[in-house]
Design a protein around this ligand. Structure first.
Ligand code: ADP
Ligand code: NA
Length: 333
């Protein structure tokens, strides 16, 4: 009943990281190129402001994330690429879903618990409710599949719960129940200073993440300083258990090379970090430098990025507006 359609987004809450690339953007490009789905990709600035953003930095990060999509291979003709706040239907459907979703559902989200920590009272209401806006982002296009990193799978499940409750409460079969897309292993790239936390653009220190705009020296220095234990690399993946930092670096290598972690250990097992880290840095530079060069070229012409985003928003609106209007009708508006 629903055409195969993919929606996914990235927050412009800072520059893009290797985690965004391996866990999300690279897969978005694969899904686009595979051609089985209509693909809609969004720079989700309404999500970014759930935590205060400097306005000038938000504007710059919005263009940088758009440039990252394009540089990695998103084709603005084959995919719809746009900026969330330019399509007001996201906020409108988000409000309706705030009235469908339950407080308890939000409170159980592990990302909320991680981010709010012991200081929930001081967080914005938007940060608490953001999975409901994310459900609106997806369902506004009747998207059937959502390619996200492993860290977002719980929010896709919540989106299904919201769709199901809306359909049930209003006695309709209007919203699809979207599924997470698993194209290859869903990668979770961890922080270089603390292997138990995910690498994030909004993390505390620049040394804990690889930015897509980092130059070769910076990438080498960050891997050099990455925290590890003293033991050499094991010969098998079983030997990575209980060694989160070692596991992360091996998985990053595997992700960049497009091979399994065991294949990395077949090649590098028994080596010390003094040998492995430079090899990893070299591979990262080789993979990322064409992307960062293209990003720099694109960001140098902000008017062109804005033009592409405006065109993308127009195409997004053409799909979203009829779905929003039908939702209002169902609700009695
Ligand atoms: P960030 O945490 O860097 O702010 P977002 O929350 O905007 O990133 O997430 C954008 C996309 O990137 C999502 O699909 C998310 O699953 C993916 N992603 C973000 N960080 C990582 C990571 N460390 N490993 C794998 N995927 C990630
Ligand atoms: Na984040």
């Amino acid at each position: 009943r629903f055409a195969p359609r993919v929606f996914s987004g990235i927050k412009p809450s800072g520059g893009l990281t290797l985690g965004n690339y391996l866990g999300a953007i690279r897969r978005f490009v694969e899904v686009q190129d595979e051609g089985r789905f209509e693909t809609i990709y969004c720079v989700v600035d309404l999500h970014a402001i759930t935590v205060w953003q400097d306005p000038a930095e938000l504007r710059a990060a919005t263009r940088e994330v758009a440039a990252g999509f394009l540089a990695a291979g998103i084709d603005p003709e084959r995919s719809i690429l746009f900026n969330q706040s330019q399509v007001s239907a996201h906020a409108e459907l988000g409000w309706i879903f705030n009235c469908v979703a339950r407080m308890g559902w939000m409170g159980r989200m592990t990302q909320w618990k991680d981010k709010a920590g012991k200081n929930a009272e001081a967080q914005s209401l938007g940060l608490f409710a953001y999975p409901s806006l994310m459900a609106a982002d997806i369902l506004l296009y009747h998207a059937t599949h959502v390619p996200v990193g492993e860290d977002q799978k719980q929010h896709v499940e919540l989106t299904r719960d919201i769709a199901a409750k809306f359909n049930h409460d209003y006695g309709v079969d209007f919203f699809p129940l979207p599924e997470p897309v698993i194209e290859g292993p869903a990668m979770r790239v961890m922080n270089l200073r603390d292997g138990t936390k995910k690498m994030s653009k909004s993390g505390e220190s620049d040394m804990e993440r690889i930015n897509l705009t980092d130059d070769a020296d910076t990438i080498a220095r960050k891997f050099q300083k990455a925290r590890t234990d003293a033991a050499p690399l094991p010969e098998t993946v079983a030997g990575l258990e209980g060694r989160p930092e070692a596991k992360n670096l091996v998985e990053i290598y595997a992700g960049l090379a497009g091979i399994t972690p065991q294949a990395v250990l077949d090649r590098h097992g028994g080596q010390g970090w003094g040998a492995f880290k430079p090899a990893l840095a070299e591979l990262a530079v080789e993979t990322l430098s064409p992307i960062s060069a293209e990003m720099a070229r694109l960001v140098a012409d902000p008017a062109e990025i804005d033009r592409l985003l405006a065109r993308g928003a127009e195409r997004a609106r053409a799909i979203a507006q009829p779905i929003l209007e039908r939702t209002f009708e169902i609700v009695g508006m």
